[in-house]
Design a protein around this ligand. Structure first.
Ligand code: DAT
Ligand code: MG
Length: 139
């Protein structure tokens, strides 16, 4: 059975462009409750570990550089069917393929700078949330 939490990051481009308020408004208006949230600057080691699964891909170096060039907003979100519903809300990885009205369609510049992260499974949501937050930071 699906759990009811997912993990997100509003990536450095969203912070740089001043889009975090608009994106959080869209997230909460779509029925997600914020369980944990902070502004945090990933180290190179953090980003490498977070995207370990992609370490053989040609874009890995650029991805790590992008994710560490400024702070991100990390958050845990709660809603029924959170992982799947949040992936629907953010849209396809490449904003050119993202559906109208999705966060990536509205706010992402490119595949490499795509505004927002969303966990792709319940297991990864739990792993990624625990990577960023201690139990006492979740509400
Ligand atoms: P998603 O973030 O939609 O789960 P992913 O897990 O496949 O996508 O990839 C992680 C991030 O890596 C993605 O948000 C942007 C970057 N990325 C993926 N494929 C890429 C590509 N072909 N070129 C450049 N960046 C890419
Ligand atoms: Mg992914």
């Amino acid at each position: 059975m699906a759990t009811n939490r997912t993990f997100t990051m509003l990536k450095p481009d969203s912070v740089e462009k001043g889009n975090i308020g608009a994106i959080l408004e869209k997230i909460t208006a779509s029925g997600f409750r914020i369980v944990a949230m902070k502004l945090t600057h990933l180290t190179t080691q953090d980003a490498q570990a977070f995207y370990e699964v992609h370490n053989e891909r040609p874009f890995y170096g650029e991805l790590v550089e992008y994710m560490t060039r400024g702070p991100v907003v990390a958050a845990i979100l709660e809603k029924d069917n959170a992982v799947e519903d949040f992936r629907t809300l953010i849209g396809a990885t490449n904003p050119a393929d993202a559906a109208e009205g999705t966060i990536r369609k509205l706010y992402a510049a490119s595949m490499g700078e795509n505004a927002v992260h969303g966990s792709d499974s319940d297991d990864n949501a739990a792993i990624e949330g625990a990577f960023h937050f201690a139990g006492r930071e979740m509400f």
